[in-house]
Design a protein around this ligand. Structure first.
Ligand code: AMP
Length: 114
């Protein structure tokens, strides 16, 4: 299967504005921001979507959420708040088949979403 755009970022083949990385994940700015702060958090492990995660990914999924929390603190948006979105497969609006968490912040966000 062809590499996804996110796998190319993980492998350093295309640039990204990386805010944080460790052995399990990367956090980088979305190229088409939907809020003043829009960061994507992705695992290094290739998991197509949340629906494709396994029972053995529990620790990794927790780590991704903890990373969202830490990035939000670094960005200074923890006190005002933020939204975490995981678009999953077709009806979820997922366009890149590599699990990713959107961290959206910096303005009031509407509910319900579209
Ligand atoms: P989703 O629609 O949930 O699959 O989200 C994919 C996100 O990836 C979109 O918000 C895109 O703007 C973003 N995106 C696509 N290519 C890149 C890239 N090269 N660097 C950063 N963000 C990207």
């Amino acid at each position: 299967m062809a590499k996804t755009i996110f796998k190319k970022i993980i492998d350093g083949e295309i640039p990204a504005d990386i805010l944080y990385q460790d052995e399990h994940c990367l956090a980088f700015r979305d190229v088409r921001p939907q809020a003043p702060q829009h960061v994507l958090i992705i695992p290094r492990k290739e998991i197509e979507s949340l629906a494709d995660a396994g029972d053995d990914d529990t620790e990794l999924l927790g780590h991704l959420l903890q990373t969202v929390r830490r990035v939000a603190e670094t960005l200074g948006v923890a006190s005002t708040g933020y939204r975490v979105v995981i678009n999953t497969r077709n009806h979820g609006g997922q366009t890149v088949p590599h699990l990713h968490l959107h961290l959206l912040a910096g303005r009031g966000l509407n509910w319900p979403p579209g």
